[in-house]
Design a protein around this ligand. Structure first.
Ligand SMILES: [Zn+2]
Length: 287
């Protein structure tokens, strides 16, 4: 692999090496990264890998590589939204699926790169997209770029290999620890320790990162339940998934969103923390 012109972190290089070793680029790949530039670079590199016809790919020098890098390769599409809305519609998704079965022009592969996929794929569009996996076309690769995978249905998540790139949002160590603590109290369903653990959310500096870390744990547990690959600790996901139902996990994910939204409005953090504790209690101990 020729990384010239790309600056990947250690984990991304490890992932790319494992792809190369097995000579197997996943057909359905999701790049989760808060930093769009980093996400774009990886998507471009993977597209070069898919279309390059040299033995050590991507060579970075052949016509396929150069066109892929400059984003005008005939076999690589970046589907733009056709309507005035901010999301794809079912009709367009059907056209993309149809197109995917047409053979490539200049190379041996076709690649579809969906930018901002988390904002552009409605659940309805995701369901249409799933039809593709009933009879997946050969040598076609789908790369979905997103800031977070949480808006995707588990049926989609379980079919995609997710690659997470750090950047733009590296989480505070203390926040990670606090989130771990909350998760272990949740799995033990002990009310008082849970409320005490949630108290750390009143630290305004940390609360954003704690919520981000919690969301990752909940999301991983949902993915674990549908047999997908977790991004964080699989052990923690397993523990959560064995104690908390999927429905409750989804409610907790929504709760994390609400907390963040409320934070934007500069509300009193102590009141917000109290509210959050109440909501967690309601979700955990509801019948
Ligand atoms: Zn090449």
């Amino acid at each position: 692999m020729n990384y010239a012109g790309f600056d990947f972190d250690k984990e991304t290089i490890e992932f790319l090496n494992s792809v190369d070793r097995g000579n197997k680029l996943p057909h359905a790949l999701m790049i989760e990264c808060a930093d769009e530039k980093k996400s774009d670079d990886l998507a471009t590199f993977l597209a070069m890998y898919a279309v390059c016809d040299k033995s050590d790919r991507p060579c970075g020098a052949c016509k396929n590589c150069i066109n892929a890098k400059e984003k005008h390769h005939p076999d690589i599409s970046y589907p733009k939204i056709k309507t005035k809305s901010k999301t794809y519609d079912v009709e367009q998704m059907r056209e993309i699926i149809k197109d995917a079965y047409i053979l490539p022009n200049d190379s041996n592969a076709k690649v579809y790169i969906f930018e901002k996929a988390d904002e552009r794929f409605t659940p309805l569009v995701q369901n249409t997209f799933l039809k593709l996996f009933e009879e997946p076309p050969q040598n076609v690769y789908f790369i979905l770029q997103c800031k977070s995978t949480r808006s995707f249905l588990d049926t989609i998540l379980s079919r995609f290999t997710a690659v997470r790139i750090r950047g733009g949002e590296s989480l505070d160590e203390k926040a990670l620890e606090a989130a771990e603590n909350i998760v272990s109290c949740l799995t033990e369903s002990r009310e008082y320790p849970l409320l005490k653990a949630l108290g750390v959310l009143s630290d305004k500096e940390l609360s954003g990162d704690i919520i981000a870390a919690l969301r990752l744990h909940f999301r991983d547990a949902v993915v674990f339940l549908s047999g997908g690959k977790t991004l964080g600790s699989r052990e923690t996901a397993k523990k959560l998934a064995s104690r908390i139902t999927r429905k409750k996990l989804m409610e907790m994910l929504e709760l994390c969103d609400s907390f963040e939204n409320k934070m934007k409005f500069n509300v009193n953090i102590n009141l917000l923390t109290t509210w959050m504790c109440g909501e967690f209690r309601r979700i955990i101990w509801q019948r």
